[in-house]
Ligand binder design. Structure first.
Ligand SMILES: *[C@@H]1O[C@H](CO)[C@@H](O)[C@H](O)[C@H]1NC(C)=O
Ligand SMILES: *[C@@H]1O[C@H](CO)[C@@H](O)[C@H](O)[C@H]1NC(C)=O
Ligand SMILES: *[C@@H]1O[C@H](CO)[C@@H](O)[C@H](O)[C@H]1NC(C)=O
Length: 325
């Protein structure tokens, strides 16, 4: 009798566990292997649903000190991440980026990607731009180089356009993404490609109305900042999911959209509950020690100190607890 009761208990426990969320540090590439997109879900090489949770780096030209193995070790082990996002600057007003100094960009990118491979976690190669449609030739060159270099490596995820602003999905963004997808697919037939959506990657509804067809393993970017974006954006995204659009939150903040204080813990929890309920993957903005609310690290944190508890900010502590949950 006791045995039967225990079994019933076990079944009940299992049936209330409706999401795949768990300590992301343990959900490594060697455990899950090659990812693909099935319906709206990311599945691993055994067809099981998998969720990536982790951290985005800051623009590489402004925080190059975290583009190395020491920082990636901390992000995996101590920030409990199975994904890290390399935010590769394309052009900035004064400090350059890929267009001015492609070799510097690639060197920093390779340091992060190689560290992520060594640390057994997934890595998003993010074209961190707001006007990528204005210089498509650079996108094509960049994604050709990196997809050739890392072709067949299961750790890799491509993000073709961080945050478009007012560009039209139908006339500008969709054709831009299709061109970049073709460049990547010529070298790398399988790894997931995440494409940016209008309005700083919020208007997933526009993509849902006219999705990219004839391609596999394509996902759509949703970004949110909990202090600014609330239930209305979750509703938009839920509708997009219901319309069959796979969503990846490659960047989110616990604070306001301009990265400033305060941390909105209550709204962040609503977002995390929603993300976990839908088994969505997410990366927090950002591994940065800039004096602003979104930063996960306190001022002057070194690479070797990345994600050590005493160097986490208020936002960083909440995010790490969530990555671990
Ligand atoms: C992209 O096009 C611009 C304008 O024609 C040109 O100056 C630049 O050299 C091109 N860059 C690449 C990487 O093709
Ligand atoms: C999330 O994944 C779990 C485990 O595979 C599954 O039971 C649940 O139905 C999924 N939730 C959604 C909304 O797909
Ligand atoms: C960070 O380092 C700078 C330069 O050494 C120093 O001026 C500043 O006070 C430090 N900030 C903190 C919070 O330790």
């Amino acid at each position: 009798m006791k045995f039967v009761l225990a079994l019933v208990g076990l079944v009940l426990t299992c049936s209330v566990d409706i999401s795949v969320s768990k300590d992301a540090a343990l959900e490594t590439v060697s455990k899950h292997g090659q990812l693909s997109v099935q319906g709206v879900d990311i599945v691993d090489e055994n067809g099981e649903k998998v969720q990536l949770k982790g951290m985005s780096l800051f623009w590489d030209v402004w925080m190059p000190q975290y583009y190395n193995k020491e920082a990636i070790d901390g992000i995996h082990d101590l920030c409990h991440s199975n994904v890290v996002r390399a935010a590769m600057s394309v052009e900035t007003e004064y400090d350059g980026g890929y267009i001015e100094t492609p070799e510097d960009t690639l060197e920093r990118l390779y340091a992060v990607v190689d560290a992520a491979i060594e640390d057994d976690i997934y890595v998003i190669i993010d074209w961190h731009d707001h006007e990528a449609d204005q210089h498509l030739n650079y996108s094509l060159e960049f994604f050709d180089i990196v997809s050739k270099k890392y072709s067949g490596v299961p750790n890799i995820i491509y993000e073709t356009f961080n945050e478009p602003t007012g560009q039209s999905w139908n006339n500008i963004l969709k054709p831009y993404h299709e061109a970049v997808i073709n460049a990547i697919r010529a070298n790398d037939p399988d790894n997931i490609i995440v494409v940016g959506t209008p309005t700083w990657s919020q208007s997933v509804d526009q993509a849902a109305a006219n999705p990219i067809t004839g391609q596999k393993n394509i996902m759509y970017t949703l970004h949110f900042y909990a202090g600014t974006h609330k239930q209305w954006l979750r509703d938009t995204a839920t509708n997009a999911l219901n319309n069959g659009i796979p969503i990846f939150v490659t960047e989110y903040g616990t604070v306001n959209a301009d990265a400033t204080d305060p941390v909105d813990e209550a709204e962040s929890r609503l977002w995390w509950d929603w993300l976990d309920e839908h088994n969505l993957s997410y990366a927090n903005w950002a591994i940065s020690d800039k004096l602003e609310g979104a930063s996960a690290l306190v001022a002057n944190t070194t690479a070797a100190e990345t994600c050590q508890e005493e160097f986490l900010t208020e936002s960083g502590r909440l995010v790490v607890a969530q990555n671990k949950a």
